[in-house]
Design a protein around this ligand. Structure first.
Ligand SMILES: [Zn+2]
Length: 460
């Protein structure tokens, strides 16, 4: 039996232990969004430090935001082995509304059928523990094939407020060849998945000012330009009839989708009708030359997130409002940069805003898009490990959302993340009856074991 087989046998023999550990971890209600759970989040961090120390790791706790980031380092004997940074977040969403759960206590793990139910199981305590279980199995089986580093965040569900400062303060600690992030889930129990791209975000607030105060429309209407109307005109000019964004330069840096990539994306099962039904909208919309899945993951967008002006109470009030406000955000794809969108927006406003109003644009949160080359050894090692475990090639997916830590690791430390995970699409993340499918979880642990050996052999 070689080390890999010993490690896989170890996983098989210890499934019950791993499940017991999941129950312990879930029992700590590490709800990061609610101040009254602060001590529980800290307790979850302590619990993880203990787990890492049992594995033999050096540990540290860095707090720059609200909750600690747990760090661990477990070097291999071979100094030339690659370093993989294993990412997880140990904070969870609130469990409320409690009456929607089928069990009395969402923080008491319940096994029903093939699933383990509890808040934070799928998102992502089971995923995080899969990493630790696989590391344990590999350590038990012989020399470690790769250097392990650990980054366990306690602030993911609140937007990672301290993460950028932690990374900036300890760049050497987190230095790694790349990051494995199992927070992306998979497409189905038989569809292992690798997520290789996320969209970025650029968020803005636009204010259009007219008169110094609300005016009587009977006395001023017809001779003073209404800022709500001016706002509507400016916003209406930001898309063409097919849904393309018309801001100058918006698409200049967009990396075109290759035929090869489109073919890969087309393998992902995606039901447009179910998607439309889930949205509850009357019809689909958007760039006609792209599939719906491409539109929501691989194409950039500009959205109006909020719109406000004038009198919105019940009844009527005949005014020309003093100002109008809009919140706008763009989802970005490689290689767009948030600052380019800001520039395009400004150019649009400079060209089209009439002299009858004054405008102000404030740039708020932003995150760059990220994409990892699927042909790199690190991704291919994961693809082989998933294929060996599931007996089929993984799907390569893009995610239309934004994960701040992934962008920060890329931006601040130059560390690319490869995303996967063993949570199924219907696992109830953030909602009631959240659960982890256990057979998939045990498979996931075995896949991670294989991954570490593949990685060591690939020498990436
Ligand atoms: Zn998550």
């Amino acid at each position: 039996m070689d080390a890999r087989e010993r490690a896989l046998a170890y996983v098989q023999q210890h499934e019950a232990d791993f499940l017991q550990r999941l129950a312990e971890f879930v029992a700590i209600p590490s709800v990061s969004t609610k101040p009254e759970y602060q001590a529980e989040v800290a307790r979850a961090a302590d619990w993880l430090i203990d787990q890492l120390q049992r594995l033999g790791a050096q540990t540290a706790r860095f707090t720059e935001g609200v909750h600690p980031m747990v760090y661990g380092h477990l070097p291999a004997d071979n100094p030339d082995a690659p370093t993989v940074l294993l990412y997880g977040h140990y904070d969870v969403q609130p469990a409320e509304p409690l009456e929607k759960w089928s069990q009395p206590d969402p923080f008491r793990l319940e096994i029903r059928g093939e699933n383990a139910y509890g808040r934070g199981t799928a998102d992502m305590k089971a995923q995080l523990l899969a990493l630790l279980a696989a590391v344990e199995a590999v350590r038990h089986a012989g020399p470690q094939p790769v250097h392990f580093k650990f980054l366990f965040e306690g602030e993911e569900e609140i937007g990672s407020p301290g993460a950028a400062r932690v990374l900036a303060a300890h760049p050497e600690a987190f230095r790694a060849d790349f990051c494995l992030n199992p927070d992306a889930g998979m497409q189905g129990p038989d569809l292992p998945s690798i997520t290789y791209a996320l969209r970025g975000l650029a968020y803005f607030e636009l204010r259009v000012h007219g008169p110094s105060h609300d005016l009587h429309s009977g006395a001023y209407g017809g001779a003073i330009h209404n800022p709500a109307q001016a706002m509507a005109e400016l916003l209406a000019g930001m898309h063409d009839a097919d849904g393309r964004v018309t801001l100058p330069g918006f698409y200049d840096r967009v990396r075109p989708l290759t035929d090869e990539e489109r073919a890969r994306l087309a393998q992902i099962p995606f039901d447009e009708e179910a998607f439309l039904a889930s949205a509850g909208a009357p019809a689909l919309w958007g760039e006609p030359e792209y599939t719906v899945l491409e539109r929501i993951t691989a194409r950039p967008t500009l959205e109006i997130n909020g719109l406000y002006s004038g009198f919105i109470e019940e009844g009527s009030k005949t005014i020309i409002p003093a100002y109008a406000m809009a919140k706008l955000s763009a989802r970005l794809v490689p290689d767009q940069r948030p600052e380019d969108v800001a520039q395009g927006l400004r150019a649009h406003l400079e060209t089209h805003a009439p002299p009858t109003i004054r405008w102000e644009l404030e740039q708020m949160a932003s995150a760059p898009p990220v994409m990892v080359d699927v042909d790199t050894p690190a991704v291919q090692a994961l693809a082989r490990a998933l294929a060996q475990t599931w007996g089929r090639e993984p799907l390569y997916t893009r995610n239309g959302g934004t994960i701040p830590i992934v962008a920060m690791l890329q931006d601040q430390l130059g560390i690319a993340s490869v995303l996967t995970g063993f949570a199924l699409p219907d696992s109830g993340m953030h909602g009631p009856d959240e659960h982890q499918h256990l057979p998939t979880w045990y498979k996931g642990i075995r896949a991670l074991v294989r991954y570490f050996y593949e990685l060591g052999e690939s020498g990436s």
